[in-house]
Design a binder for this molecule. Sequence first.
Ligand code: ADP
Ligand code: MN
Ligand code: MN
Ligand code: MN
Length: 368
Amino acid sequence: MAKMLENSPNAVLDKSLIQHYLTLPIPDGKCQATYIWIDGSGENVRSKTRTLDAVPTRPEELPIWNFDGSSTKQAEGSNSDVYLMPIAIFNDPFLRGNNRLILCDTYKYNKKPTDTNHRVTCLQAMDAAKATQPWFGIEQEYTLLDMDRRPLGWPKNGFPGPQGPYYCGVGADKVYARDIVEAHYRCCLYAGINLSGTNAEVMPAQWEYQVGPCEGIAIGDQLWVSRYILHRVAEDFGVIVTFDPKPMEGDWNGAGAHTNFSTKAMREENGIVEIEKAIDKLSRNHLRHIQAYDPHGGKDNERRLTGRHETSSIHDFSAGVANRGASVRIPRGCAEEKKGYLEDRRPASNCDPYSVCEALVRTCILNE
Ligand code: ADP
Ligand code: MN
Ligand code: MN
Ligand code: MN
């Protein structure tokens, strides 16, 4: 067992033993359904599993369930039941076979959405904007941590060499735990998530994967399940995943969730005109977007959007072709083809994609 993971109870278990149990047959037609939801932090996911007598094909067929919201910062102890409403079904890459992951959103005792259920208003915006066919692609950056919450593979009493060799790096002294990255990639494709790529990031132990393009609400559903799968895979390896947007102070890159966005008109001939119109609207709504782009209304992004390390300043809006120091970038290829999409570089890695994509649609499409 790798020495640096000795203090992780998950990493010291012999993971080959589980294969015996997972290949045990279960009665025909039965399905283990793992219900997944966003907890009261607005950042973390929770899950619990139940047995169903049939394999579900549509969310409406699934039972509504509940959980103890007083343990997840979603309810008071005296009125603690929170409802889980199934909204999307994915293949379960851990249990395989007929088993399923069920993404849910959460409702209080009075059937109103919980405070961290941002899907409801996002869906309303997506429905109102449906005719424009909004597409989103999110670049999810994250950092792997050892059990002491220090980045994985970093010296315990010092720092790795300065940034430079690690981005898209190859080799034992450049990247750490590619196993987790590859396992997560395969799991997402198996689950039915539109994962479009992955790369090692600028800070050692930091990685990125991209989800999309997805139309409308699907981007949020798929990104949240991809995060669940990442935590779950890393758990098997005894490693922690953090989406903190600035895990290490100093000369180390933070972690974002660049959100690439287009409408049908932007993707068509001379769509650059539409892209520029959207950027103009974004420039006049900077604060609204900063407030929507991390779970603490801009507080988390204050540490990351410094104007250094390939970020823009949190205080100003800026845009430019191929400019990675701007709030919004038009990719070089889109400027050349005069159509395509824009990249909003402001969302933090721990953002709620429902809030980010809702803000983009309300500003750029619904003119709210
Ligand atoms: P970067 O050069 O910023 O690192 P990436 O290749 O990591 O870009 O990510 C680009 C993202 O843009 C992908 O998630 C991709 O699915 C998404 N994307 C591509 N075309 C569109 C489009 N027309 N609308 C929205 N998103 C798009
Ligand atoms: Mn990228
Ligand atoms: Mn990146
Ligand atoms: Mn990017």
